[in-house]
Design a protein around this ligand. Sequence first.
Ligand code: FPP
Length: 256
Amino acid sequence: MAQQQLQAEMQAGQQPLPLHVAIIMDGNGRWAKARKLPRYMGHRAGVKAVRRIVEACRQRGIQALTLFAFSSENWRRPKVEVGLLMDLFVRTLKKEVSRLDRNNVRIQFIGDRTAFNPKLHAMMDAAEQQTTNNDGLTLVIAANYGGRWDLVEATRRLAARAVAGELSVDEIDSEMLGRELCNANLPEPDLFIRTGGEQRISNYLLWQLAYTELYFTDLLWPEFDAAAFDEALNSFASRQRRFGKTGDQVEQSRRA
Ligand code: FPP
């Protein structure tokens, strides 16, 4: 569908637009291998795709985009690749933060950033501070993030408060636990996209994806562009989200 038409339909309220999109950007290595390039070049091409999709989100008025840049399991990759990825993160932050700031993008990081080298850690803190008052797109970068880590950290904080007598165990419910998790300041993702042909969640936002619509594409991340993103948005718009209700109930409340 032509981009303008899609935008017009979205503005007219005919196409439900996800408020929050979460993406696993998979396939950089295979993209590079197919071109007989080192894997690192695939990650560099991946940064270009990040730029395209951030821009597409801004144009379409999406509130939040969470990108899985580095999982807690990615440390198991060859040392050289991990080092090159860290260099790429540093260079990308240096190059992009001011532009994102000018475009009213708020940057947030989720994950255990203490594991990164102090320079990168400081750059992450600075990017968040610099953009904290922006109220356009919220761009969340998941770095050294894992869904199980997120749940364990939240549980530890609640347990500590219970031990300190600030909280009774019976008070703990799903809202309270949800408020302790990463991205608690954002609506839960409406749409999850994974590129690269695998159909897995891979320890991403485990709790937050409970009611999220899942979309998988064989396109490799460096190939993912605005048109491919619109296809994912169209697929999302065509689905009926029931949140446990029947289809008839959902239709009735939509008409009411
Ligand atoms: C997965 O592809 C990709 C990664 C683990 C790294 C993703 C990082 C970027 C795109 C850079 C983004 C940078 C910022 C600052 C947002 P893969 O290497 O697993 O690909 P493969 O499955 O084909 O081997």
